[in-house]
Design a protein around this ligand. Structure first.
Ligand SMILES: NC(=O)CCC(=O)C(=O)O
Length: 271
């Protein structure tokens, strides 16, 4: 697998960025089974005033580039996410997975759009669906950036059978410790791989955190990028999920219906 932690400089146009990243991937991806990119790297996450111009349908220029890379290199491509425009003009933050033949096998529209020092929540419509799909890293689900903070969503992902969760992100350096803590916590809680690819460099004055990483189902950080643009190869064995779960059966012990627990005060029962 190749983590493609790329920059999205403010002075680079979207077509130039797609062309530059395509060349990088054509050079570095051969031999990888899966390539993963950050959140909104082609539009630039913090370029809120450009979202409408840079929005594209699923079959737009970013996905077309991913298809070319998949077909030329034989790697599946997780394109991070794009600003998707649907048929009625709504905009979404949509993660897209292509198989090695360049076919779209999964889309995921970010559910928790971000509103803290961000216009994303004002400009984009939240998604309302999850999907788990076969991939070179086992049963794969996508969930985007801020979604990391919502354990209820991860509970659903995990109970639907995901073995690897890809997290494209544009997570600022100011909260890097939360990124490191939460990616690890989600892997340990659900005993699955977390493949988290963050943006890096500076966008509109915001320094992004980099530190893209792969955490294994026991919580071990297998690899981590630095703060700058970097393409990092990491190998994982999806069979590790079953091994960890069988050795320490947290998932099997999980109760299904926490909402059904009674809410009494837990005081000592009367004699
Ligand atoms: N792009 C995002 O969703 C940013 C989330 C973030 O910075 C945080 O949760 O902290």
């Amino acid at each position: 697998m190749l983590l493609a932690q790329v920059v999205s400089p403010d002075d680079e146009s979207q077509p130039d960025r797609i062309a530059r990243v395509e060349q990088l991937l054509l050079r570095e991806a051969p031999g990888a089974d899966l390539v993963v990119l950050p959140e909104l790297w082609s539009a630039g996450y913090f370029s809120f005033d450009a979202y409408a111009d840079r929005a594209e349908p699923i079959d737009g220029p970013t996905v077309a580039m991913g298809r070319r890379v998949a077909r030329a290199t034989g790697a599946a491509v997780h394109l991070g996410s794009i600003v998707e425009r649907d048929g009625s003009g709504r905009l979404f933050n949509t993660a897209v997975l292509l198989d090695r033949d360049g076919r779209v096998t999964q889309t995921y529209r970010k559910i928790h759009v971000f509103g803290y020092r961000s216009l994303e929540a004002e400009l984009l419509t939240p998604g309302d669906r999850l999907s788990v799909t076969g991939s070179p890293v086992g049963a794969l689900a996508s969930t985007t950036c801020y979604d990391l903070r919502f354990p209820g969503l991860w509970q659903q992902i995990s109970s639907r059978g995901a073995e690897s969760v890809v997290v494209p992100a544009a997570w600022p350096a100011a909260r890097r410790e939360h990124w490191q803590l939460l990616t690890r916590a989600r892997a340990v809680e659900h005993q699955l791989f977390v493949i988290a690819v963050n943006a890096c460099g500076t966008q509109r004055g915001v320094e992004l955190g980099g530190s893209s990483r792969v955490v294994d189902p026991s919580g071990l950080v297998l690899a981590e990028c630095g703060a700058d643009e970097q393409l990092l190869a990491v190998d994982i064995d999806p069979a590790r999920v079953a091994e960890v779960r069988s050795e320490f059966p947290v998932i099997a012990d999980r109760l299904v219906d926490y909402a059904g627990l009674s809410a009494d005060a837990g005081a000592e029962p009367e004699a």
